[in-house]
Design a protein around this ligand. Structure first.
Ligand SMILES: Nc1ncnc2c1ncn2[C@@H]1O[C@H](COP(=O)(O)OP(=O)(O)OP(=O)(O)O)[C@@H](O)[C@H]1O
Ligand SMILES: O=P(O)(O)OC[C@H]1O[C@H](OP(=O)(O)OP(=O)(O)O)[C@H](O)[C@@H]1O
Ligand SMILES: [Mg+2]
Length: 301
């Protein structure tokens, strides 16, 4: 893409640099954008689900000792151990979201300490009573004898595309660039679970082939089959070829169904992009920025 420069930075620095106006666009975890964005209106989520880096921010407590029978945030809060003099000690890297969550849930006697990594060790080391950190597979928690509790999830997260509102509104060309990035991302993510399937079909007419294909539940494709004539070199006879999109999960079933209705020579290739007529997140972004005229604007010129 022209007019675009890409820098690799630490996630928290990306968020901070978006806020100071040193960057126009960033890709970070939603948790980082929320933690370091701290509700700043200048940070705009352009794409909220890039489909990787999935995790959630959650409270975890030891499985043992005084916590053995504690399984919810409410039960944790109602434990007699936490007093003004001896509050619940939470180790977390999320020093904005952590206290905010506990306060919103009415937790009175709580205090926070912070570290850069390996927080899961803090309870066993006696430095904290529980932790508030990211969980993905849950392996780190299991390894450290910790458990999540009901009502303890602070935030669901995955990679997101974020922008500086000021940049989008003020910088010439910024919206055009974001539009192209968004179109490509949406089209690419839409295509992620799909294959293109091309097959030769026996049949006496396009209609007959279409009927056969549509009679099979896994073969209707995104909008129905594309059918075209194949002109054989040798005998000049006409046969037909169909092109359909098939979800990866349904691939083998589709091949079986194609064979059952006279399909052969099935070619399968991955799909890179599916561009639809609309880019829903673009319209949302324009509305968010109060730039409604952009929604119908095309950048073809
Ligand atoms: N186990 C995980 N599975 C999936 N995504 C994760 C996981 N841990 C972290 N993430 C995501 O990756 C982002 C970066 O993680 P992390 O904060 O560990 O960064 P880092 O590269 O170690 O940076 P720093 O050096 O500043 O700690 C997080 O904000 C979160 O969105
Ligand atoms: O549920 P899991 O799949 O085990 O993943 C969770 C772990 O991943 C992250 O740590 P990371 O590996 O980034 O190390 P860090 O905490 O030192 O940054 C997070 O801080 C958890 O410790
Ligand atoms: Mg890390």
């Amino acid at each position: 893409m022209p007019n675009l420069e890409v820098w690799f930075q630490r996630p928290k620095d990306i968020t901070k640099k978006l806020l100071t106006g040193d960057l126009d666009l960033g890709i970070v975890g939603f948790d980082t954008a929320t933690e370091y964005g701290q509700g700043d209106k200048n940070l705009v989520i352009v794409h909220d689900a890039l489909g990787y880096g999935e995790c959630h921010l959650s409270i975890a407590i030891p499985k043992y000792g005084i916590f053995e029978n504690v399984n919810s945030l409410r039960e944790l809060m109602e434990m007699p151990q936490w007093t003004k003099q001896k509050p619940l000690r939470v180790a977390t890297g999320f020093t904005y979201l952590g206290p905010k969550f506990m306060e919103e849930n009415g937790f009175k006697h709580v205090t926070f300490s912070t570290a850069d990594g390996a927080l899961e060790a803090a309870p066993a080391m006696g430095i904290a009573d529980c932790i508030l950190d990211l969980v993905s597979s849950g392996t780190t928690l299991r390894e450290n004898n910790l458990k999540e509790i009901e009502g303890g999830v602070v935030l669901e997260s995955q990679a997101v595309l974020v922008a500086s509102r000021k940049s989008l509104v003020q910088r010439t060309g910024a919206m055009e660039t974001v539009h192209e990035i968004l179109e490509r991302l949406e089209a690419h993510l839409r295509a992620a679970g799909q294959f293109t399937v091309v097959a030769n079909m026996r049949g006496s007419s396009e209609e007959e082939v279409a009927q056969k294909v549509l009679s099979q539940p896994s073969l209707s494709g995104l909008q129905g089959p594309t059918i075209s004539r194949v002109h054989c070199k040798k005998d000049g006879q006409v046969s037909y070829a169909i092109v359909i999109c098939v979800p990866k999960k349904a691939l083998y079933k589709s091949v079986q169904q194609l064979r059952a209705i006279g399909g052969s020579g099935v070619l399968v290739s991955p799909l890179t992009y599916i561009f639809e007529e609309d880019t829903p997140r673009w319209d949302q972004l324009c509305t968010e920025l109060g730039l409604n005229s952009y929604a119908s604007m095309s950048f073809q010129s």
